[in-house]
Design a protein around this ligand. Structure first.
Ligand code: NAP
Length: 488
């Protein structure tokens, strides 16, 4: 062992969550020589969102070769946009290959993290206690189901569940199925179910713009080509990255020509694909494309024109034992009611209790809305770092790339701790406040702030997202500006 290695402080690191970002953290920590780390995962298996979501039609509308760890390309993706089970299997295989699985404590939900005596004291729901120098919260963005507060919901006689808690024991074939919501989830469910059920009713509160995303299979020859020559995958990835970088530059500037092009493509999709004029008008949003997260779908408009399908635009009055009563007085009789009503995107690590220096409570700090310096750290919460935390780049692009960049940044903060240059590192209040002020100001220019309701908006209507270019994010994540941190 070199003197330098001997001098290194052996950090104990707790990772919360065994999804894409948690698995990534374990792999990269080991690679960097950390040995004392553990993942707490509340479920019995890995995969995060791809474990929790199992609804019919589940897929990732971000193309598969982009929705892949940069260091673990997968020549075997079956389609441009991979189905959910394939993505889940990918994460499970990567976790196995890199020895992550043996580092996971399954069935342990972190209930609290408190910074006491310069260390994080962690408790799980089951009562297990642990201590750590560093906590990495890889708890995901969209995993607390948002249950609609509809009168009579519990009186429904049929099966009723949230899209993220799909009950596979419930038969669907030949049944009357209703889906509430028109987000990316509901749209994928629609395409998957219209052929299978006797009657499919989609309850739309707000129409959505739909970008026609291609989803063709990769044939055996293409897959063999990817396996033989990794440069082919790199070329596909580079092309996709360029497309999504253009997209992410467009959405942050509502007046940009590229944004107008995307809107025109969505409008053309609506005009050219929906034949019936009345249905077309029902499907026509009254706000700008990409204001809400844009739907990428190869076939939603075809699906909603299927003879079994019905788009219901009259608001929901109440749920009754036999079905859903809409405001026009009609009772829509159903066997199954799916709540594709989205997630509480402002929850992040909560309901876990997180208390930083001097007992400061995260719920109090985030009382108005969740904030974090560069989406990663919070003043007074030393050595506590988030992946895909508040106000980071979220949208129609790969969160894997974002998490990889954030982790690269966090590892540079850890280096300071490991080298013994400090014991505690957290962003300064002044840096965090200045960042948030500039971020919120810039976000007002984005397409998300052009007059629609979405989970991108905080309670003041300010988009809770990264409002600058992907290039600026790359630059920020390349190296921390240590003057923005308190090193103690
Ligand atoms: P979502 O985009 O938040 O959509 C929720 C839907 O439920 C909206 O249409 C909303 O209507 C409706 N809704 C909520 N409460 C309602 C109520 N009380 N009555 C009637 N309608 C109600 O949720 P999601 O579709 O689950 O998607 C969430 C996010 O997950 C996406 O934006 C995306 O980031 C991610 N996702 C990604 C993929 C992918 O392929 N990459 C697939 C699925 C999901 P309003 O619009 O009127 O509020």
């Amino acid at each position: 062992m070199t003197n330098q290695a001997q001098d290194k402080r052996d950090l104990r690191i707790v990772i919360i969550g065994g999804g894409m970002a948690g698995i990534l953290s374990a792999i990269k920590l080991r690679e960097a020589g950390y040995t004392d780390f553990i993942i707490y995962e509340k479920a019995g298996t890995l995969g995060g969102t791809w474990r929790a979501n199992t609804y019919p039609g589940l897929a990732c509308d971000v193309p598969a070769h982009l929705y892949t760890y940069s260091f673990e390309p997968n020549p075997n993706w079956s389609q441009v946009s991979a189905p959910g089970p394939e993505i889940r299997a990918y994460f499970e295989n990567v976790a196995k290959k890199y020895g992550v699985v043996e580092r996971v404590c399954f069935g342990e939900e972190v209930a609290s993290c408190e910074f006491i005596n310069e260390r994080w004291q962690i408790r799980t729901k089951s009562g297990r206690a642990d201590q750590a120098d560093v906590v990495i919260a890889a708890t995901g963005v969209l995993h607390h189901p948002n249950r609609p507060d509809l009168p009579g919901l519990t009186s429904f006689r049929g099966a009723c569940f949230h899209s993220a808690e799909w009950d596979h024991s419930v038969p669907l074939d030949g049944k009357r199925v209703g889906v509430i919501g028109t987000g990316s989830t509901a749209i994928q469910i629609t395409s998957a179910l219209v052929n299978r059920v006797a009657k499919f009713k989609l309850f739309q509160r707000t129409a959505q713009w739909v970008f026609k995303g291609e989803n063709r299979p990769y044939d055996a020859a293409e897959r063999a080509g990817f396996a033989k020559d990794p440069r082919k995958i790199q070329a596909v990835r580079a092309e996709l990255e360029a497309f999504f970088d253009t997209f992410s530059s467009a959405v942050i500037d509502a007046d940009s020509p590229k944004m107008r092009e995307i809107e025109a493509a969505c409008l053309a999709n609506l005009e050219q694909t929906v034949v019936d004029a009345e249905l077309r008008e029902k499907l026509r949003p009254n706000y700008r494309a990409a204001c809400k997260r844009l739907i990428f779908s190869p076939d939603f408009y075809e699906a909603i024109q299927h003879p079994n399908a019905e788009l219901i635009v009259s608001g929901i009055e109440a749920v009754e034992p036999a079905g859903v009563r809409t405001k026009d007085g009609v009772l829509h009789e159903l066997d199954v009611l799916v709540l594709a009503t989205g997630f509480r995107a402002d929850r992040f690590i909560r309901p876990a209790v997180v208390r930083g220096r001097g007992g400061v409570d995260l719920d109090t700090v985030w009382e108005d809305h969740p904030v974090a310096y560069l989406s990663i750290g919070i003043p007074d919460f030393p050595n506590f770092f988030m992946l895909n935390g508040p106000n980071g780049p979220v949208g129609n692009f790969s969160l894997i790339r974002i998490a990889e960049q954030q982790l690269h940044y966090i590892m540079q903060l850890l280096d300071k701790l490991r080298a013994g240059e400090c014991h505690e590192i957290s962003p300064r209040h002044s840096a965090a406040a200045a960042f948030e002020k500039a971020r919120a100001e810039a976000a007002k220019k984005s397409i998300w702030a052009t007059g629609c309701k979405s989970w991108y908006l905080d309670k003041h209507g300010v988009p809770a997202s990264w409002p600058w270019s992907a290039t600026r994010f790359d630059e920020e994540m390349a190296a921390p500006k240590f003057e923005a941190y308190d090193l103690m």
